[in-house]
Ligand binder design. Sequence first.
Ligand code: UGA
Length: 427
Amino acid sequence: MATVAIIGLGPVGLATGVALAAQGHRVFACDIDADRRAQIVRGRPPFYEKGIETALRKVLRLKRFSVVNTMEEAVGPSEIVFLCVGTPSKPNEGMDEGPLREAVKSLATAWRDSKRRTVVVKSTVVPGTTDNLVRPILETTNRTYRLAVNPEFLREGHALADALRPDRIVLGVDGAATARILKALYRSARCPVFVTDLRTAEAVKYATNAFLATKVAFANELANLCQAFGVSYDEVHRGMGLDPRINPRFLVPGVGFGGSCFPKDVQALVAAGRKHGVESRVLDAVLAQNEVQYLRSIALLEEELGDLRGKRIAVLGLAFKGETDDVRETRAVPIARTLLSKGAVVVGYDPLAGPSFSRLVPEVKVVRSAKEALAGAHGAILQAEWPAFSRLTAKDFLATMATPVVVDGRRILDPKKMRGVRFRRIG
Ligand code: UGA
């Protein structure tokens, strides 16, 4: 069993740390945010992740997972140090290296003994960052260390399950010994382990997210085209999916992608390419497509309702997707703002994200149930794929709404079961 430090307790750090502790490793976790540490130490994750609360409480009770207040306390006993801090990015500016640089500097200062440690970058970083930013800071310590990049492929909301049962592990390493140490750490995982160099592992993570974002943008564009041609996207998707070269998954069209990963990672990749003189025309188009895709849901509402002034519109699902409370880059924000600018009265509901959405768009009245949001509404947009929304029936809409106009922005309802509802989907 290994002793591991987790630096940064966002969804990735917490899920990784809890999963490693659940697998029997000893984990010392820290975060610079004292409130966050205080919540986690009491077994209360500061964000929603399915199953994490129970699993966290268990590993805290077993004393396999300790939340510590300082970098020294995390690093001192550990052989392996995971850097899991956020790497935000801004359009045209690329990845903000600040939080990672500060974390590595603090690690270097806290490294007091001569123990040889393996430092693992789990944060999503543009290719070259580990060599050009992390390594030079570690060099200043005159300590011996091993270096690795181990990108995460955790979906928000399912981060713990993905950490416990990964479908692949990518290890960028500085040598065979580092690969052996990390393979031993992950020995309970039953999946392919791909070992490569540091820079390639960094690139694999960006390539994966950029490709997935491209699939979603392609699905959205195809759905828009299908609508114009008067053919069903579902049928085209089915026919196209028979080609073994096309994987039909992750091609659900709707109001566009959001979240803390796809928009920021694609922007960071485009900006990093530009710094090297490479224009990413496809990825530029993916971002541009995604910026405007939400407008299709509003156009469908207008086709059914005409002028939206004074109309009451329910937005169901305020998080960037179902089963998370994360509102970063959620499409609910531009949808609500556009509806408000058109004079509509907007009412929102989300099982978890209501309070954080209210801080972003205070003009939207956030209510406590889907039924309350739909009551008296002239139209509704389904913006996030919460399981509870997929159980809504035609009766639910017909019984509550002033005019039963429903735009399914996530393809979660079966049109065949929507008799009596003026039901629209993109594509
Ligand atoms: C994504 C990746 O799926 C993870 O593998 C990765 O580890 C993570 O980013 C990250 O880099 O940390 P996540 O952002 O949690 O995970 O969300 P996804 O489930 O991938 O969905 C992203 C967005 O695309 C959501 O807004 C979702 O509604 C949308 N989407 C997804 C579609 O519109 N259509 C689809 O077919 C799939």
